[in-house]
Design a binder for this molecule. Structure first.
Ligand SMILES: [Zn+2]
Length: 210
């Protein structure tokens, strides 16, 4: 498990988003703080070569929160999540089992359940961490044991914004609507695992003016 590696292309996508929001200096500061300074002039290959281990990736997420504070880290990490989804969709549609699924005749809820369970299984493989899916009448529930998203940070708040961004994008992609995704318990708060809820009922994005 400790040898599990994240593909270079995904790392490049994330680095680029940090640079967009924080500039080159911001990115370099983050890389130095996370012990990834060897990437400063020498980024990982922009393809599916397994590149970065999970531990330094965790540390990088923790450093985002340490360096920039929770308030500034939130939009950045939400964006990471959206970019991971776009990466999945564009670069690895077959791997994620997403190809052709949106046009099936399944009902909206069955489609969500089907795609979500496949995507979570792929995330298990991509990050080497178990995602457990359950549900009730109104929500899907995802529990992440050994969550790496919170990167060892301690906080009174739920801070795993990256998966929130990822699942928000995924749901919108499936139904064309905005689904509320929330983290309700976080390891950063000292809880045993990170728990998320995803609303089955979507709102029309157009109605959301606030
Ligand atoms: Zn977490």
């Amino acid at each position: 498990m400790s040898e599990h590696r994240i593909p270079g292309k995904l790392i490049c996508v994330i680095f680029r988003s940090v640079e967009e929001q924080l500039g080159e200096n911001g990115l370099n500061t983050l890389l130095r703080r996370s012990g990834l300074d060897h990437y400063i002039d020498n980024p990982p290959p922009d393809d599916d070569t397994p590149a970065l281990e999970l531990e330094p990736f965790k540390k990088a997420i923790g450093s985002v929160v340490d360096l920039f504070g929770e308030k500034a880290a939130k939009p950045l990490l939400l964006r990471w999540g959206k970019l991971v989804f776009q990466y999945a969709l564009e670069s690895r549609p077959t791997m994620f089992g997403l190809a052709g699924l949106t046009t099936t005749f399944l009902s909206e809820e069955r489609k969500m359940r089907f795609i979500l369970s496949r995507v979570l299984a792929e995330l298990d493989k991509l990050f080497g961490v178990a995602h457990i899916l359950t549900e009730d009448e109104t929500h899907f529930h995802v529990e992440v044991k050994d969550c790496y998203y919170c990167g060892g940070v301690k906080s009174s708040e739920c801070i795993c914004w990256q998966p929130v961004g990822f699942w928000t994008s995924l749901m919108t992609w499936i139904t064309g609507k905005e689904h509320e995704v929330k983290e309700i318990e976080c390891k950063a708060q000292g809880k045993e695992s990170c728990k998320f809820t995803i609303a089955k009922q979507g709102k029309n994005a157009a109605k959301e003016a606030s």
